[in-house]
Design a protein around this ligand. Structure first.
Ligand code: NAD
Ligand code: 6OH
Length: 499
């Protein structure tokens, strides 16, 4: 893995994004689009075309034709070896993907080279493995005439899948959907986030290089509501919508998918608690909290924004976390010393800063941060905020109840296990939680009582891709990962044969 010394010097990817429809890169005919801005310094990366009805319709039709054509006829062995080759080609073009992702998001290359890009490849290999092992049930049954009958299940691809993805882990979260969809025989139309169009576009080059039939993977660019996202989810040719993003957008997408009764898979927002018991290994807990609060500048759905620390170690924990946060270096993605990048955009920075102001207005103690950092002149146009810790807020402050999606957390003391379980669950969300304790019984007990899709004990973001991934309550519908992805990406028919 070679981290580029200058991302912009990496030549192998297009700076202007492009739709990718039926195997062809096109700017479309809508005449609309926008400038893609690098959040590191506010500079222009290139142009992004905005798809209109014509491009969305063409992409869905191309996906349908591929489903009924070359892709639908391909053997499982050929399909899966082709997708394994997609993974290999992502790895061969690692530096292109890395530079494109870091330019779009501003995230440190040290992070993207360990998480985003390798997972972009792994999402294809893992689901090709899953697809090869799919088997279905068989139930012999008696009949009154004594001859009996045999029931067996058949799994078919669901069809044309709309993939709507967010900007925080663009390649990782898009391929987390595209991988299983294609491995299980579907075709896709992807609408990546308007903030991060480059790696989805680049994946089109990989598909063509590998020889994936045209129309199997399509990309259209645009915004969400009243734009390409909405057109795609409303398109009658789409058989299912898989979405990662905010809970608000999830509600809109579910509404659109209701017409025609199309299934949805929704991975949504969170306000995840981290629970630190006094019997934990405090240094490991501080290190875990650092990663879960500040990785990717806090722009991770699984990240922790509410920390609950048991009273005997509260002051020590806050002091250690503060010292570690203050050592975090903000800087350019390509600088190996950079620990944190900017917010994704100026708009998002304003949102995060509004919570920084609200925390103060609500009487928080600002342990560290809380403002806009002083950056060198060449980065002054970037979307920077300071990593921030607060204490002293009431449990009903919006800073404690609403998802901020920034590099910040509120830390509150607690006394008993019962109390902290109640606090952790007192939210409409239910995506993830982390618990730090050296007491084995307590770890299992608390883990089983938290109303979340994923609970990490003495760890965070430790991912085995075979496990069920998704959120409880307002954090989502459905589970993806390993064989759990079969539920959404395939349709089951029971064949009942009278013998
Ligand atoms: P967002 O909801 O604003 O946008 C996500 C995607 O949906 C974008 O591509 C956007 O254009 C599209 N979109 C928005 N409204 C739409 C509509 N009405 N119809 C069709 N498409 C529409 O989210 P974001 O700001 O890009 O990402 C941050 C959010 O995503 C946070 O809330 C975060 O928690 C959540 N997230 C969740 C997970 C998870 O796995 N649960 C993972 C990552 C991010
Ligand atoms: C959210 O920002 C992170 C989601 C991570 C995954 O979906 C994953 O598969 O690891």
């Amino acid at each position: 893995m070679n981290i580029q010394t200058d991302l912009r010097a990496q030549a192998g990817f297009r700076r202007d994004a492009s739709h990718f429809i039926d195997g062809v890169f096109t700017q479309g005919n809508s005449g609309k689009g926008w400038d893609n801005i690098c959040p590191v310094d506010g500079s222009r990366i290139g142009f992004v075309p905005e798809a209109g009805e014509a491009e969305v319709d063409a992409a869905v039709k191309a996906a349908r034709a591929a489903l009924e054509g070359a892709w639908g006829r391909m053997s499982l062995a050929d399909r899966t070896s082709m997708l394994a080759e997609v993974a290999a080609e992502i790895n061969r073009r690692f530096d292109d993907f890395l530079s494109a992702e870091c330019l779009d998001t501003g995230k440190p290359a040290s992070l993207a080279s360990h998480i985003d890009i390798p997972r972009g490849a792994a999402n294809f290999t893992m689901f090709t493995d899953v697809a090869k092992t799919v088997s279905t049930e068989c139930f012999p049954m008696p009949t009154p005439d004594g001859a009996g009958a045999l029931n067996y299940g058949l799994r078919r691809p669901r069809g044309v899948i709309a993939v709507i993805s967010p900007w925080n882990l663009p390649l990782l979260l898009m391929t987390w959907k595209v991988g299983p969809a294609l491995a299980l025989g579907n075709t896709v139309v992807v609408k990546p986030s308007e903030a991060t169009p480059l790696t989805a576009t680049l994946l089109g080059e990989v598909m063509n290089k590998v020889g994936v039939p045209k129309g199997v993977y399509n990309v259209i660019h645009g915004f969400g509501g009243n734009s390409a996202g909405q057109m795609l989810t409303q398109h009658p040719g789409v058989n299912g919508v898989t979405f990662t993003g905010s809970t608000k957008s999830g509600e809109n997408i579910m509404r659109a998918a209701a017409t025609g009764i199309r299934p949805v898979s929704l991975e949504l927002g969170g306000k995840n608690p981290g629970i630190i018991f006094a019997d934990c290994d405090i240094d490991k807990a501080v290190e875990g909290a650092m990663r879960s609060v500040f990785s990717n500048s806090g722009q991770v759905c699984l990240g922790t924004e509410r920390l609950y620390v048991q009273r005997p170690i509260f002051d020590a924990f806050v002091a250690k976390l503060k010292a570690t946060v203050e050592a975090l270096k903000l800087g350019r993605p390509e600088d190996p010393a950079t620990g944190m990048g900017p917010m994704i955009s100026e708009t998002h920075r304003k949102k995060v800063l509004s919570y920084y102001a609200r925390a103060v207005a609500d009487g928080a103690t600002v342990v560290t941060g809380g403002a806009v950092p002083d950056m060198p002149a060449e980065l002054a146009g970037g979307a920077w905020v300071q990593p921030t810790i607060w204490t002293g807020l009431a449990d009903d402050s919006p800073v404690v109840t609403e998802e901020i999606f920034g590099p910040c957390c509120h830390i509150r003391p607690f006394d008993t296990e019962e109390e902290v379980i109640h606090l952790a669950n007192a939210t409409p969300y239910g995506l993830a939680a982390m618990v730090w304790t050296e007491n084995l019984s307590r770890a299992h007990r608390v883990g089983s009582k938290l109303q979340v899709g994923i609970c990490w004990i003495n760890s965070w973001f430790l991912r085995d891709l075979r496990t069920a991934f998704g959120g409880a309550k307002a954090s989502g519908i459905g589970r993806e990962g390993g064989v759990h992805s079969l539920e959404f990406y395939t349709e089951m028919t029971n064949v009942c044969v009278k013998l």
